[in-house]
Design a binder for this molecule. Structure first.
Ligand SMILES: NC(=O)c1ccc[n+]([C@@H]2O[C@H](COP(=O)([O-])OP(=O)(O)OC[C@H]3O[C@@H](n4cnc5c(N)ncnc54)[C@H](O)[C@@H]3O)[C@@H](O)[C@H]2O)c1
Ligand SMILES: Nc1ncnc2c1ncn2[C@@H]1O[C@H](COP(=O)(O)OP(=O)(O)OP(=O)(O)O)[C@@H](O)[C@H]1O
Length: 500
């Protein structure tokens, strides 16, 4: 109410909001053109403001202000942000003049723990204006709450946004460069290899020998690879493997490090073995592109030496968790197991010659109906794969988001989207669809979606940590330069017309 009244009188200009500790200018007040210079009408209005300020706050409506002033009390002037302060000084100098008296009052005000924004006139030096300067005005208080999967939760507020001083400040907006330091020596390495490659087979045998003899490590390989090694020599008898899915599901509890020898497909394959937590992966490049494989196989000894010693920079690559919901099974308790993807999940028309018709929802909001060849829901790691080919953006793998990229949409205006990481996306084949759709996970495991079936997809809690050659950003930029020749163009010569 007070604000609205004062708002009628003044045209408030926010200069900055440092009113909580320093008692300095928070708002400036410029005079509107509508005859506000008439001091009589001004003082009448002033009186009205004073009367309002003297009224005892109504119990209940001011309850929320208690929390706000508690937060202000906690604020110590010594702790203020230097950067912010510099800007404040600059603004104060440019736009308003504060009398010493006002500054003192403001300081007192804050040591008492009751702070308000002051209303001042630009360049005001007239003693009559002190009344104006002393006018106190409370900023509306607020509380921020977090909603997590439908539940109100304050758990993450300090990690993400601070609002203790009444100012909303973000801290971390995406995960920073992460460094992994071993607290005890790694003991077990799993080596995963691309099949049907002579060079990979030779390298694998060499690496197993070196890791055993020079690093004294336990070594796991896939059953196929153990067979290949034993065909070469019985020396490799010490190499361990697994027999069934149950043993695979326990691998993450035994393995300290996963080494992949192949291209991006081998990294995807290795990641798909872990339906929960994934040990750090060291991807060696033996393919043609290698967006996720920054290590050179020729230097594997030096690289592994450094990695086993640590610390190492890692990229936490987010995965999507996908559930296929069958219309025919809505009454069944058991549903199909979720599938985790590192690149993307694709819903397309398969061999059908009809347009796919896919209804898409984000949380509970309708997004759109895809009519075209299909839709890709991609991680940021997968942004350089199929999604890129379908016109999606390339996104740094540490950016937490879900790419929503149509495949050949039959509409001129269907641009790709990037959605925040916390959403749940549902893609449904409507009952009136002319055909079924097909879903595939990192380019594998095709499943048919008949009308009424849906795919539900959200960010998985288990990322894939991959070791960096340099760091996450350097490796990403290197991969798009080397892999895609991104923005490669001959530099224009100096020789030619110039600006005058
Ligand atoms: N039109 C297309 O571009 C297209 C079509 C189908 C599948 N794919 C991609 O292939 C992936 C499966 O890879 P695969 O090796 O098992 O199959 P694959 O052997 O058919 O290789 C596909 C190509 O995609 C590259 N690739 C894979 N992941 C990548 C990533 N994150 N960034 C950049 N390039 C990447 C691989 O290096 C390879 O060159 C799928 O997840 C999908 O993204 C792309
Ligand atoms: N250990 C494995 N077992 C079964 N299949 C695998 C394994 N590793 C990789 N693959 C499959 O082999 C295929 C090729 O692998 P990868 O992409 O690593 O090699 P590449 O095709 O030679 O590399 P690039 O695509 O960079 O040329 C992929 O589809 C992948 O899923």
């Amino acid at each position: 109410m007070i604000e609205s009244l004062v708002g009628d009188l003044f045209e408030l200009q926010v200069l900055n909001l440092d009113s909580y500790g320093n008692g300095d200018v928070s708002f400036s007040c410029s005079q509107p053109d509508n005859g506000f210079n008439d001091s009589l009408s001004f003082f009448h209005s002033e009186k009205a403001v004073q009367e309002l300020l003297q009224q005892t706050p109504i119990q209940g409506t001011d309850d929320h202000l208690i929390e706000f002033s508690e937060a202000l009390r906690k604020y110590s002037p010594e702790k203020h942000n230097d950067d912010f302060d510099e800007k404040r000084t600059e603004n104060s100098t440019n736009h308003s003049v504060l009398s010493n008296q006002t500054t003192k009052q403001s300081e007192n005000c804050c040591t008492n723990g009751i702070c308000s924004h002051e209303i001042l006139q630009d360049g005001e030096t007239n003693p009559d204006s002190k009344m104006i300067q002393n006018r106190m005005m409370r900023k509306a208080s607020f509380k921020l709450s977090w909603y997590c999967k439908g539940e109100n939760s304050d758990q993450h507020k300090h990690d993400v946004v601070s609002f203790e001083r009444g100012n909303i400040t973000t801290a971390e907006r995406s995960s920073k460069q992460i460094s992994l330091t071993w607290e005890s020596n790694p003991q077990t390495v799993l080596i995963m290899t691309k099949p049907n490659s002579i060079s990979v087979r030779i390298l694998c045998a060499d690496m197993v020998r070196w890791l055993k003899e020079h690093k004294r490590l336990n070594i796991y390989v896939e059953p196929r690879v153990r067979g290949e090694l034993l065909t070469e020599s019985s020396y490799f008898n010490f190499v361990q493997t697994w027999k069934d899915d149950k043993e695979i599901s326990l691998l993450h509890t035994k393995v300290d490090l996963v080494v992949t020898l192949g291209g991006d497909g081998t990294v995807l394959w290795a990641a798909s073995m872990f339906k929960g937590p994934v040990p750090p992966i060291v991807p060696f490049s033996l393919g043609s592109l290698g967006f996720m494989t920054p290590f050179y196989s020729e230097h594997y000894r030096d690289s592994l030496d450094t990695i086993l010693r640590g610390p190492i920079s890692i990229t936490l690559r987010h995965r999507l968790q996908c559930h296929v919901i069958r219309d025919a099974a809505t009454n069944e308790v058991e549903t199909e197991d979720p599938i985790l993807v590192l690149n993307e999940v694709t819903i397309d028309r398969g061999i059908s010659s009809f347009l796919t018709n896919l209804e898409c929802y984000c949380d509970n909001s309708f997004v759109t109906c895809v009519q075209g060849d299909g839709l890709i829901l991609s991680t940021t790691s997968g942004s350089t794969a199929y999604s890129l080919a379908a016109g999606g953006s390339m996104v740094h793998p540490q950016v937490p988001g879900i790419l929503f990229t149509p495949i050949c949409p039959h509409s001129l205006s269907f641009r790709p989207l990037i959605l925040p990481e916390h959403v749940t996306i549902r893609v449904q084949v409507p009952f009136n669809s002319r055909s079924s759709a097909w879903v595939s996970f990192d380019g594998k495991d095709r499943k048919k979606l008949t009308p009424g079936d849906a795919l539900v997809c959200s960010m998985a809690p288990w990322p894939v940590p991959t070791a960096c050659q340099v760091d996450s950003t350097n490796d990403f930029l290197h991969s798009i330069h080397e892999g895609l020749h991104w923005n490669l163009r001959k530099t224009q010569s100096f020789d030619g017309p110039h600006d005058q």
